[in-house]
Ligand binder design. Structure first.
Ligand SMILES: *Cc1c(COP(=O)(O)O)cnc(C)c1O
Length: 440
C-alpha cells in the first residue's frame, strides 16, 4: 500500500460510487475521531497558503494561542505591583510553583508532594544525582542505555568523575541485541539480575529520544531494586506522551522537561519527582539554596535550612515566573483533555501513520525502527533510511511539502504525531511527502 497515488482501484464496474482517496479517508478519520483535535488552539507555522504538518513536537511543542495573554497578565502584575507582586499578584509569585504541583503530579502519576517544577532537565538530573548517586568502592556503576541522549551521557560521566571514578570504567552503556534496533526491557532486567551488584544507579530514558521505544518502567525499577540499585527515570520524551505511574512503579526519582510534548516553550522549566519514601530522609546529601528551606521561615534570615519533607527541598532559587506561566497553561490543557483520552488518540494516530509509512518504506530501502507494539512506544516513529543523508531529505520535507520532521544523523528521520494538535490529515501529508522525497 502506498499513500502516494490518491484513490483506490479504478472501480470501472461502479462508475457512480467513487472510492474515497487516501486524503479523504484521513479527513474522515479526523471528522469521526472520538477526541477532536485541539489544533486550532495552537499557533502553527505557515506553509504556502496553509500551515505546516508539525511532527517535531517531541523536540519543541507548538505555542498555545492562549499563552500570550497569560504572559501578559504576569507582565501587567509586574508593571502594576513590582515587588508587591510576590504576594499580591493575581497568582502570587511567592507561591506560584504550588499551582503546578497537582497537575504535574497527575501528569506523571505521583503524589503532589513528590513533585516540583524547577530548573531545566539536565540541572535536575544533576541535583537528583547529588542525592541518589552514592557510589561505593564495590558498587560504583551507573547503568544507562547506549542510545542515551548526549546530555544524560555527559551528566552521568561528570557525576562519576565528581566522585573520583573513571567514567570509562563505571558508566555501563547497555546496547540492544546484535541486529536489533531497540533495547528489550527484559534484557535490562536480566542484566540487573546478573551484574546489578556493581550498579549504584540506573538512569534510563522512559521513552528513548532516538527510537521512540517505551521501556517497562515497573519491571526495570523492580529489577534495579532487587539488585540493590537506585532507579531514576528521564521522562523528557515520556511526560505528556504516555501515561505514567511513578509512585506505584516505585521509581526512586525522575526528571523531565516541559518544552517537548508539554508545549511550555523553548528552554522552559523542568519537573522533578522524588518518591515519598525518600522525602523525610534527612541523611540524603543535597545542594541547598534559599528555596530549599521552609517557606514559612524563609524570611527569618536563618543561617541554616529548615527542611521541608517534600520535593520542594530540592529547589534552590526563586523560579522564573514567565516560564512557570507557560508550564501552568500547558498543564491545564493536559488536565482538560486528560492523559488517558490523549494517549488513546495518540495510539490511533501513531498506528495510522505507521500503516502509511510501512507502505512508503516498502521497496524504498527504509524501515520503521520503533517497536511495533503500541505499549512499547509513545507517539514517535523513527524511520531509518539506508544510505541516504537524512539532512537534505528533512529539508525537502519542510520546504517543498511543509512537513516538519527531524533528522538524526546518520540515517534516521523522527516523526511524532503529537495528539494535542496533529491530525490524521497531517499523517497523510507526512507519508505522501516522504514517499515523494525518497523517490527523487
Ligand atoms: C530533550 C532532552 C534533554 C534536554 O536537556 P535540557 O537540560 O532540557 O537542555 C535531556 N535529556 C533527554 C533524554 C532529552 O530528550
Amino acid at each position: 500500500m502506498s499513500p502516494a497515488p490518491p484513490g483506490g482501484s479504478p472501480a470501472r464496474e461502479q462508475p457512480t460510487e467513487k472510492q474515497p482517496t487516501q486524503e479523504e479517508r484521513a479527513r474522515g478519520l479526523d471528522a469521526n475521531d472520538p477526541l477532536p483535535t485541539r489544533r486550532a488552539e495552537f499557533l502553527i507555522p505557515p506553509h504556502d497558503d496553509g500551515e505546516v504538518a508539525y511532527f517535531a513536537g517531541n523536540s519543541l511543542g507548538l505555542q498555545p494561542r492562549a499563552l500570550r495573554a497569560r504572559l501578559g497578565e504576569e507582565l501587567d502584575d509586574w508593571a502594576r505591583l513590582a515587588v508587591e507582586g510576590h504576594l499580591e499578584g493575581r497568582r502570587p509569585w511567592y507561591s506560584y510553583h504550588e499551582l503546578l504541583r497537582e497537575p504535574a503530579a497527575r501528569l506523571v502519576g505521583a503524589r503532589p508532594r513528590e513533585v516540583v517544577v524547577m530548573n531545566s532537565l539536565t540541572v535536575n538530573l544533576h541535583l537528583l544525582m547529588v542525592s541518589f548517586y552514592r557510589p561505593t568502592p564495590r558498587r560504583p556503576a551507573i547503568l544507562i542505555e547506549d542510545s542515551a541522549f548526549p546530555s544524560d551521557s555527559y551528566a552521568v560521566r561528570s557525576q562519576a568523575a565528581l566522585h573520583g571514578h573513571d567514567p570509562d570504567k563505571v558508566i555501563i552503556r547497555l546496547a540492544p541485541r546484535l541486529g536489533e534496533a531497540t533495547l528489550r526491557s527484559e534484557d535490562v532486567v536480566a542484566y540487573l539480575a546478573e551484574e546489578g551488584d556493581r550498579v549504584a544507579l540506573v538512569l534510563l530514558g522512559a521513552v528513548n529520544y532516538y527510537s521512540g521505544e517505551l521501556l517497562d518502567i515497573e519491571a526495570i525499577t523492580a529489577a534495579g531494586h532487587a539488585a540493590g540499585a537506585v532507579v531514576g527515570w528521564d521522562l523528557a520524551h515520556a511526560a505528556g506522551n504516555v501515561e505514567l505511574r511513578l509512585h506505584d512503579a516505585n521509581a526512586d526519582w525522575a526528571a523531565w522537561c516541559s518544552y517537548k510534548y508539554l508545549n511550555a516553550g523553548p528552554g522552559s522549566l523542568a519537573g522533578a519527582f522524588v518518591h515519598e519514601r525518600h522525602l523525610a530522609d534527612r541523611s540524603l546529601p543535597k545542594l541547598a539554596g534559599w528555596w530549599s528551606t521552609d517557606p514559612a521561615t524563609r524570611f527569618q534570615m536563618a543561617p541554616t535550612v529548615t527542611p521541608v519533607d517534600s520535593a520542594d527541598s530540592w529547589q534552590l532559587s526563586n523560579p522564573p515566573i514567565l516560564s512557570m506561566a507557560a508550564v501552568l497553561l500547558s498543564l491545564e490543557m493536559f488536565d482538560q483533555t486528560g492523559l488517558a483520552a490523549l494517549r488513546a488518540k495518540s495510539r490511533r494516530l501513531t498506528a495510522y501513520l505507521e500503516a502509511l509509512l510501512d507502505g512508503v518504506c516498502a521497496g524504498r530501502d527504509a524501515e520503521i525502527l520503533t517497536p511495533r507494539a503500541p505499549e512499547r512506544r509513545g507517539a514517535q516513529l523513527s524511520v531509518r533510511v539506508r544510505g541516504r543523508d537524512v539532512g537534505p531529505l528533512t529539508a525537502r520535507l519542510r520546504h517543498e511539502h511543509g512537513v516538519v520532521a527531524d533528522a538524526r544523523r546518520p540515517d534516521v528521520i523522527r516523526l511524532a504525531p503529537a495528539p494535542m494538535y496533529c491530525t490524521f490529515h497531517d499523517c497523510w501529508r507526512a507519508a505522501t511527502a516522504l514517499a515523494a522525497v525518497l523517490d527523487d
